[in-house]
Structures are given as structure tokens and as C-alpha cells.
Design a protein around this ligand. Structure first.
Ligand code: ACM
Ligand code: ZN
Length: 707
């Protein structure tokens, strides 16, 4: 017996020595499987003679597995229906009673047999994705050793989504299919397809053919950052219903549900250009050629308009079987409704009154959203709306997508709504991935590195555990004003969507960014294999900080008489004299942003000092409403109470033809001796040629230096 064991061991040793020549799979994939237990048995060898046996409902999954193996190892697996028990090969099975959660799976690897069991077909599919992502990649790899053991895995969130805007720039059907492939690779199950916009209507509606004849094309596009020069190139495109049905099928095979969005009642200028009678003024309108938020929206007082929307939603629901239908609700200015006799008459008829929180026009929007929610619910579906739909009295059945931060999501969950978290500050993948945009393709602005996405915690501590159950999922958005090609979409998506996938699937309590980056290195090899375009900053981190000259103010006590805007408060006043200078990205945490109020900072130099020069840096990013300051003044004090002014500076407003960037402003004065310095920096109002005319401009200031 002892002899036998020994020879068995020897044989195992020899065999494992043999299999060592095959590169090994590594189960440290993205998202990371929750439980991986490996043993010392000799690995399973995945090779051309391996057969995949599948239960009847899993034929499609077997085909995917075979294709993935072919993509990576250059051979296909034989596929056979499972009859009885298989002794070797790969087996795909449904085991609904063995799991508590849908989409859960288990992979069991023994020397001869790999079994992938799922709570449902989606679970089996995610098991296959894990196996796919674990495979070794390389030109000469044509067999792979799968270490033996068991992997058990399940998702933390049932809703795991990404959004795409094919309206500002059109993405053809093949590109959208690649996007769906990307989602599937990352265990995502919801594709939010934003199909209508001011700048283009992208879905064929049989009852209203002009929506695509006219609404799908604009006669030019603004050049640069929403300036005043346009090209004259007719631009557009749309998807036929037949193409969309094909897409629904394509996605369903990959366990991705497509959520169509018809954005109401704003962002509708392309529809108004097609059917001007749907608007308050009757037009004429054109498919919009610039970016931003149009004042022209659907007329909520016109019954014909409401019937139009109902018809559109019904055709949309005929095409998309999705349990969720997105009806938008964001960014709907009320200026037309305030002036429109029909809208005002409707307000009277409905007995709508404004109150301290919301105007009567806000409540009119609630009326529209609730009416459309009923149309959707009548067909057994649920509506999703952007968080603005909380402004009024939206029905509790609506799912709220929190995009302007997480506050909307918190309020919604407290009121009993289900919530999808998509805050701009973590999950808007149309922001820059580098602090130095000169090295990056164009985008809307902002700064959102992978590390920040990875930090996002979707379950706010302000919610009770019971309320947290309303956070059904997490989603990132890709808006395409400045993203003109699908290749660029890929670059904006990856690898930020890896960080997102990790949060959606695992919402890890412990986060180890360095280990995550190591796992990204492997999936990046898969991106190379599929020729996906992706950002590589995390593999070659660069630090973009300008260190300032030490000066009297550096790291001295500082306080603000006016607080910065909550969104851009970073670590507070100390950012202003920490010795590190912000670069270009206004949301890098290195700038303080103020809107509608001055920056007023007092620095305590801790002892009286002689000074004659103060300088500070401010950002200009006109498209983001950030302008240079209008005025700066320096005051000094001996006791921190009585201040006297020693210098002031008027700064003319920058114009459209001036460059954006960061600029230094300097104030010189006769030498004074004092202990306290106060710096007051005031804003401009946005000029007449700006979209936001009439509103204050933002000011973003970083280091204040005193010499
Ligand atoms: C949005 O970003 N306007 C929802
Ligand atoms: Zn109206």
C-alpha cells in the first residue's frame, strides 16, 4: 500500500512536471471571484481534444465558451449535449436549488473534469467569463493548465450597468455590439441605451417617420468647446426597428438587457424639429448643432404631445422586452412652460400649485412623468428616471438614477424608491483620465482616474441597512459630445469599467488598488487580443503636481469666511497653501471651486512678517462655466480682527478667443509688516455670448502665495 502511494505520488509529480510546460490559468480576474479554494492535484489540461458537454438550455453558453477558447488558445472545443454524467471534459449545468442568488455560479476543477454550475444560465455564463478571463494569453499558448479547486461566486448588485449616448455622436450597430461584448466580459447585465437627444433622434418610430427622416440628422456641429463657429457637415444616423430587435437578441444571448431611454420632456429638440407642433412655441426648430441644455422642450399642455409620447413609448416597448424603460427627466428648463398658454391652462386644469420647494411647472413635469410611468407600468414594466424627477411628486414605483452626486439616491431610497447610483464625481466616464489633458483625447472636462472609480462606495452610510436594500445597482455613463468615434468610447471605458465591475459585482469592503492594477494587467492582454483601445495610465502612473516655491503662507493656518461649493470643497481651505499646485483638472481635489460667492481666505503667518507680493492661480475652462476672477484684493492685520487693504486688482473677463488654462494673478504693494493676510477673490457674471448668460461664472483657485 505504501509502495503504491509512493508511486502514485511519483506519477503525480512527474505528470505535474509535464503539465508545467503549459502556461497556467490564473483565477485572479476582474471582477475577483469571491471564494477560490485551490488544491494540489495535477491541473486540468485544456487542449484541442477537450469537449464541452452542456445541458439543453445551455447550448448558447457552450458555443460562447468554445469561441472564447478559440480566441485565446486558437482551437475550438467540441460541443455535445450532456447525456447522463460526463467523466472528462467540461460540463455546463443548471443547479438552481444549490444557490441562494440568481446569477451565482460554481466552477469545480479536477484533473479530468471541469464543472460549471449556475443558479441559472446567466450564472453559467459568468462562470464561463471567469474561466475565459483566467486563461493564459500569448502567441505560443495552445494548451492551458487549469489549477484544481473550487470557485464560488455571486454578484452583490443585481443591476450592473453601463450607458452609451449614440445621439451626440452616432455609434454604428457593429460598434454597439462590441460595447455589449465589453459589458458581458465585465459581468454587466444592463445596457442603458440613450436613444433620443436634442442633437439627434436615433430610433425608428413607425407612426412618426419624420423623427428619423428629419430628427436623425443635424446640419452642422459646433466646433470646439461650444464656441460660436459651426461646421456645415450634415451629421447623423439611426437604428431601424429591425436592427434594434437584432441587437436585443444579440444582447440577450450575452445576458445583457437593453434599457432604452426616451428622454422626456427636455432634450427633445430633434423631435421638435421633426414635429414642431409638439413644442410650446410651434417652432421653427432645428436639430440642435451645439451642446448643452436646450430651452425648447415638449409642450406639457398639449394633449397631442402627450399622445405622441405614449405612442413612442409603446413602439419602444414593442421592440425592447426590458423590464425597465428609462424616461429621462433630466435638465428640463421651464422657461417655455412659464410663457406657454397651453401649459399654464393645463396647470390650472390640474389644480397644480407651486410651493416653497417646487414651482408649479416642476409639478407639471411630475404630471408628465407619472402619466408616462402609468403607460409603461400598464405593460408590466417599470420606469427609471434621472434624479431630477424627485423634484415634484413622482410616484414611488419609479426607479431613481442618481447622477448629480449621491444625494438624490439617498433621498430616493429614504422615500422608498429603488435607486441606481451613477454620480458624476465617480462614474461619468466622459471625464479625463489624466490631470494633463494635453496628453489626452478631447472630452467634456473634469478628471476621473481609475483609482477614483475604484473608491466609489454605492451604499451611503446615511441609509439604514433596510434603506440600503433599495440601492439595486451601479452604472457608469458615457456621453459623447466630445467623443466622436467608437474607438474613443473604448478608451474612455477601459479600464475604468474594470473598477466599476469590481464594485458592481463585489462592492469590496477592503480595497487594494495595487492588487487591482495587477489584475488589470492581465485583462489588458485580453484587450490587446481583441484590439480594444484602452487607457494605460494606471500602468505608468505619473504625478502631475507643481510644487510651489516655499513662501510665507505655505502650510500656515488658514480659514475661509465663505465655504466653497460642496462639490468642489476637496479637503477645504488647506488646499490653498499646501505647497502643491493644481494643474488643469478642476475636480482633481487640488482646486477649490466657488459659485455665486467670493473666495475669502485668511492666513495666519504665525508671526509678523514683511510682505510685498501676493499671487494666486485660477482656472479658465469656459465650456465648464469656469472663468477668471473679476477682482482680487489683499488685506492685512496685526490681530486677525481689524484688516486694512493693501492691494487690489481688476481683471477683465476672458473672451471666447482667449485660451483656457490656468493663470497666475499677481498683486504687488509697498512692503508691510503684519501677521494676518486676507485674500478676497471675486467672480465675473457669465457674458452674453455664453450659454449660461445671466448666471455667475465659477471661480477655481489653488495655491495662494505670499512673499
Ligand atoms: C445627465 O447627465 N444629464 C443625466
Ligand atoms: Zn407648452
Amino acid at each position: 500500500m505504501k509502495q503504491y502511494l509512493l508511486s502514485l505520488c511519483l506519477a503525480t509529480l512527474l505528470l505535474s512536471a509535464c503539465t508545467q510546460q503549459f502556461p497556467e490559468a490564473n483565477y485572479d480576474v476582474i471582477p475577483q471571484p469571491k471564494e477560490v479554494t485551490l488544491n494540489e492535484e495535477k491541473p486540468f489540461v485544456l487542449q484541442p481534444k477537450t469537449t464541452v458537454y452542456y445541458e439543453e438550455e445551455l447550448q448558447c453558453e457552450a458555443q460562447f465558451l468554445s469561441e472564447y477558447v478559440n480566441d485565446i488558445l486558437s482551437f475550438k472545443l467540441a460541443e455535445q449535449p450532456l447525456q447522463g454524467e460526463a467523466k472528462e471534459g467540461i460540463v455546463l449545468r443548471l443547479a438552481p436549488t444549490e444557490f441562494d442568488l440568481s446569477e451565482a455560479y460554481e466552477i469545480n476543477i479536477t484533473p479530468k473534469l471541469v464543472t460549471i454550475k449556475g443558479a441559472d444560465a446567466a450564472g453559467v455564463f459568468y462562470g464561463i467569463q471567469t474561466l475565459r478571463k483566467s486563461l493564459p494569453i500569448g502567441e505560443s499558448v495552445n494548451k492551458a493548465a487549469l489549477p484544481c479547486g473550487t470557485i464560488r461566486d455571486w454578484p452583490n448588485f443585481s443591476y450592473r450597468g453601463m450607458h452609451l449616448d449614440p445621439c451626440r455622436h452616432f455609434m454604428d450597430l457593429d460598434s454597439v455590439k462590441i460595447y455589449i461584448d465589453m459589458l458581458a466580459l465585465h459581468n454587466m447585465n444592463q445596457f442603458h441605451f440613450h436613444l433620443t437627444e436634442d442633437q439627434g433622434w436615433r430610433i425608428e418610430i413607425k407612426k412618426y417617420p419624420k423623427l428619423t427622416e428629419i430628427g436623425a440628422y443635424r446640419n452642422g456641429t459646433v466646433i470646439g468647446r461650444n464656441g460660436r463657429i459651426y461646421d456645415t457637415i450634415r451629421y447623423g444616423g439611426f437604428y431601424t426597428q429591425e436592427q434594434l430587435r437584432d441587437l436585443v437578441q444579440y444582447a440577450a444571448e450575452r445576458h445583457v438587457n437593453i434599457i432604452p431611454e426616451i428622454d422626456l420632456p427636455g432634450h427633445m429638440q430633434a423631435a421638435l424639429a421633426s414635429y414642431p407642433e409638439l413644442g410650446c412655441t410651434g417652432g421653427p426648430y432645428e436639430v440642435w448643432k451645439r451642446w448643452g441644455v436646450s430651452d425648447d422642450v415638449l409642450c406639457a399642455g398639449n394633449e397631442e404631445t402627450m399622445l405622441f409620447v405614449e405612442d413612442v413609448l409603446n413602439e419602444v416597448m414593442d421592440i425592447f422586452p426590458s423590464p425597465y424603460i428609462h424616461i429621462g427627466g433630466d435638465e428640463c428648463p421651464k422657461v417655455r412652460w412659464e410663457q406657454c398658454p397651453k401649459c399654464q391652462k393645463k396647470i390650472k386644469e390640474l389644480g397644480i400649485k407651486g410651493d416653497a420647494r417646487f414651482s408649479k411647472e416642476d409639478y407639471l413635469q411630475s404630471y408628465v412623468m407619472n402619466r408616462m410611468a402609468k403607460v409603461v407600468e400598464a405593460r408590466g414594466r417599470r420606469v427609471i428616471g434621472w434624479d431630477e424627477i424627485l423634484e415634484g411628486n413622482v410616484s414611488e414605483t419609479a426607479i431613481i438614477q442618481s447622477w448629480r452626486g449621491t444625494e438624490g439616491g439617498i433621498e430616493a431610497a429614504q422615500k422608498g424608491h429603488d435607486v441606481i447610483m451613477s454620480p458624476t464625481s465617480y462614474l461619468y466616464f466622459d471625464y479625463y483620465q489624466s490631470e494633463d489633458p494635453s496628453t489626452e483625447p478631447s472630452c467634456v472636462g473634469g478628471y476621473l482616474p481609475v483609482s477614483r472609480v475604484y473608491e466609489f462606495k454605492p451604499l451611503p452610510s446615511a441609509l439604514t441597512p433596510e434603506q440600503q436594500k433599495h440601492i439595486i445597482g451601479v452604472q457608469a455613463n458615457i456621453w459623447t459630445e466630445y467623443i466622436t468615434s467608437f474607438n474613443h468610447v473604448e478608451y474612455m471605458a477601459m479600464p475604468r469599467m474594470d473598477a466599476l465591475a469590481e464594485i458592481q459585482w463585489n462592492n469590496p469592503t477592503e480595497r487594494d488598488f495595487d492588487a487591482f492594477v495587477e489584475r488589470c494587467r492581465h485583462i489588458a492582454e485580453l484587450y490587446d487580443l481583441y484590439h480594444y483601445n484602452y487607457a494605460k495610465q494606471i500602468f505608468n502612473p505619473q504625478v502631475y503636481t507643481d510644487t510651489v516655491e516655499p513662501n510665507l503662507a505655505t502650510r500656515k493656518p488658514i480659514f475661509l469666511r465663505e465655504q466653497p461649493n460642496e462639490q468642489y470643497a476637496s479637503k477645504g481651505a488647506l488646499i490653498l497653501n499646501d505647497g502643491e499646485m493644481g494643474r488643469i483638472a478642476y475636480n482633481s481635489g487640488r482646486w477649490l471651486g466657488f459659485w455665486g460667492q467670493p473666495l475669502d481666505a485668511v492666513i495666519d503667518l504665525e508671526q509678523a512678517a514683511t510682505m510685498s507680493h501676493v499671487r494666486f492661480r485660477a482656472l479658465v475652462n469656459k465650456g465648464a462655466w469656469i472663468y477668471n476672477p473679476s477682482h482680487a484684493s489683499v488685506l492685512v492685520s496685526d490681530d486677525g480682527e481689524a484688516f486694512r487693504e493693501v492691494a487690489q486688482l481688476d481683471i477683465p473677463i476672458t473672451t471666447w478667443t482667449d485660451k483656457d488654462g490656468n493663470f497666475t494673478y499677481e498683486l504687488d504693494f509697498e512692503p508691510v509688516i503684519a501677521r494676518y493676510v486676507e485674500v478676497i477673490i471675486k467672480d465675473h457674471m457669465l457674458p452674453e455670448d455664453h450659454d449660461g448668460f445671466g448666471h455667475p461664472a465659477w471661480i477655481f483657485v489653488d495655491e495662494i502665495e505670499v512673499f
